[in-house]
Design a protein around this ligand. Sequence first.
Ligand SMILES: NC(=O)c1ccc[n+]([C@@H]2O[C@H](COP(=O)([O-])OP(=O)(O)OC[C@H]3O[C@@H](n4cnc5c(N)ncnc54)[C@H](O)[C@@H]3O)[C@@H](O)[C@H]2O)c1
Ligand SMILES: [Zn+2]
Length: 359
Amino acid sequence: MEAIKTKAYGATNSIFNGLAPMEIERHAPQADEVHIDILYCGVCHSDLHQAKNDWGNTIYPCVPGHEVVGRVTDVGSAVTKFKAGDIVGVGCMIDSCGQCQPCQHGEENYCQGPVSWTATYNGPMKPDGSGTNTFGGYSTNMTVKESFVLRIPDGLDINAVAPILCAGITTYSPLKHWKVKAGDQVGVVGLGGLGHMAVKLAKALGANVTAITTSKDKQADAEAMGADKVLFSTDADAMKQHEASFSFILNTIPDKYDINDYVNLLNLDGAVVAVGLLGEYKKPLNNMDVAKFRRTVAGSIIGGIAETQEVLDFCAQHNILPDVEMIRMQDINKAFDKMMDKEVRYRYVIDMQSLKDAE
Ligand SMILES: NC(=O)c1ccc[n+]([C@@H]2O[C@H](COP(=O)([O-])OP(=O)(O)OC[C@H]3O[C@@H](n4cnc5c(N)ncnc54)[C@H](O)[C@@H]3O)[C@@H](O)[C@H]2O)c1
Ligand SMILES: [Zn+2]
């Protein structure tokens, strides 16, 4: 298979000193694959975690990027859903076993095959574990199986749509799974890429939304996104007043925190679902508080392909777009620094033309 030499940005080792330009190889589309010229790629906090090896599983070189928007340039002979010129998206997955029960039911994100789903970056190339590494959207083009490619609805601005492919689906999926509906009291903790999408999506589902944040200066932004209320988690009295008042809380905090603070905010049968931190909480969970009101403490990982298409269509229908700041590929390390300093308002998106134009 002829290699397509491709410009990319990636991390070369675990001594994280930022991403640097590199060259990777892509291939021309096979029968069931689509070749995509990448136009934009969102910057997810997971990109930073993975590049820095926060989860201890990074394969180097690591080219992040799983909020990819691009234009189809070529399709394999068996492709039926897409043609050259189409604007498409690629999210966090590019393959899964297709055989297990979750895959058969459109929940590829919970694939129980030998290596679970194949991540868009840092994944083995094939669901059986063969291949070495996958490279993400911080690059100028990629080749993806058509069944993992999303259609971008006409009504959505292609400059801003990319974050729906991870931040959007990751927050939409638990809101749907826990059946959030009109009138529900919903809390969203952490107002970054995921959190700001959660506020918009929960609001569109009719919930009464409280943004729970440590940043005093985000109040006006949260209200503009549709939050009915803003609760500062640094204010112990306000937290106390909100005890047992939410039916659903989505927690997007990326670092270690005390889960018990949020369990106590839940009413009878309420659920707190973590999509942020994937690891141990700062303090052990106090099950007395969980049992007291039959509360649930849960987690959730991205969403299936059909549901990713659903959230894109939902956003088009409800005029929801992420709040984005466009950057050049060359500015990624500054963007990572700002993300670490909690300065993101609310998602960086890389204009890939900057990489195509680079010498
Ligand atoms: N479960 C999944 O499928 C999934 C998918 C994507 C991302 N993630 C993870 O979700 C997390 C968030 O990602 P993101 O891209 O939204 O990051 P982000 O940096 O854009 O946003 C995180 C926000 O949390 C805020 N924050 C930090 N500590 C806080 C605290 N103690 N209380 C309240 N707010 C606090 C920050 O100010 C920031 O606004 C990351 O850990 C990422 O890896 C998980
Ligand atoms: Zn992500």
